[in-house]
Ligand binder design. Structure first.
Ligand code: TXA
Ligand code: MG
Length: 332
């Protein structure tokens, strides 16, 4: 692994979710260091979005390709509105869902403080106002936009607790602010508002139905991206990948497989699986989303070569869950 830079100490500190931990996390970010922090979706790997050297550290620490732009996080909608140009649909979405698990891709304001590297050279900018109280307090204390991708090794499963962050990035980042388990469990919904119809770039914590209610129409599909330059890392075919192979819509669990189950009637053979976890015995997609990434990590740790995934319906957060699982199952 590459040394991400001299500003990164060899030991990563775990900071408590109290005033002292927040103050330390904010001071580190303001000094150009990398700090992972909880949001309501997943843990983010934060850096001062106005500081190109700090942002370079993000790409190095998680081995992320430089062409993949990052989301800038702000403490409130007023601060976010100052960084971009919001058309009418963008304003409606911001009003309806911020703070919350929605990212808006809008044209960058000419006066934006966010550096070019965060945007990967694009004229647009991804903005998000998280709802997690620790994230909001941290962002308010930093007083600058904070760039943050999910705090995992690039291409792997996103982290929903501090221990996941340390599993992937210990020794590569300065600290992780430990806020316990993240409640939503899948990343934010990404919607582009760039003048034309709003486009859904990534399903996530805000459902398609909720977007439709606010917009009065279904969000459009992303414009076709060319192979060299995907719309973003979440759009890469293979992503969110555990070590094990992932087999979707399994109606039977084969001997030796690990099983990821959903709902009250698990597929045949699950009793003799090498390991099995039910995302929601009651069949609740929100509960399943909250458990998804932790379950993939735990089943991977069982050593099984294949994780068989029971069918999960598309409704509500099911769309985001199925999207992540499809990428986890894609050829690598
Ligand atoms: O919930 C989340 O969104 C988490 C937390 C930490 O906020 N963050 C996250 O970041 O998932 P990341 O880097 O793993 O995913 C960023 C997504 C990419 O899939 C990319 O499509 C999109 O944001 N994105 C960022 N900037 C963009 C831009 N200018 N144009 C299009 N898409 C962009
Ligand atoms: Mg990610």
């Amino acid at each position: 692994m590459n040394d991400p830079g001299s500003t990164v100490p060899s030991a990563t500190r775990r900071l408590p979710a109290d005033a002292a931990g927040l103050a330390e996390a904010a001071a580190l970010l303001r000094a150009g260091r990398l700090v992972a922090f909880p949001t309501e979706t997943v843990y983010g790997l934060g850096a001062d979005a106005t500081d190109p050297a700090a942002v370079t550290g993000i790409f190095a620490a998680k081995a992320r390709p430089r062409f993949n732009p990052l989301i800038s996080h702000l403490p409130d909608a007023v601060a976010a509105l100052a960084e971009g140009v919001f058309d009418a649909p963008a304003r409606r979405l911001a009003e309806a869902f911020w703070p919350g698990p929605l990212t808006l891709v809008v044209p960058a304001h000419t006066g934006t403080r966010v550096c070019d590297l965060v945007r990967a050279g694009l004229p647009s900018l991804a903005l998000r106002v998280p709802a997690h109280p620790l994230a909001r307090d941290l962002l308010a204390e930093v007083g600058r936009p904070v760039a943050a991708p999910s705090a995992n090794w690039s291409g792997r499963v996103s982290p929903t607790r501090a221990a996941h962050v340390l599993d992937d990035l210990a020794g590569r980042i300065s600290a992780v602010l430990d806020g316990g388990d993240t409640p939503v469990g899948v990343e934010s919904t990404v919607v582009a508002c760039l003048g034309g119809p709003p486009r859904l770039l990534r399903p996530g914590g805000i459902t398609r139905a909720a977007l439709r209610d606010v917009l009065g129409l279904d969000p459009a599909a992303p414009e076709a991206a060319d192979a060299d330059r995907p719309a973003g890392p979440g759009m890469l075919a293979s992503h969110y990948a555990p070590r094990a192979r992932v087999r979707l819509d399994a109606v039977r669990v084969e001997p030796g497989e690990a099983a990821l189950l959903f709902g009250p009637r698990p597929p045949a053979g699950h009793e003799t699986a090498r390991a099995s976890l039910n995302l929601s015995p009651a069949g609740d997609p929100a509960e399943a989303a909250a458990r998804l990434f932790g379950a993939l990590r735990d089943l991977d740790a069982s050593g099984a070569e294949t994780i068989a995934v029971a069918p999960i319906p598309e409704d509500g957060l099911g769309e985001a869950i199925r999207d992540r699982l499809a990428r986890a199952a894609a050829p690598r």
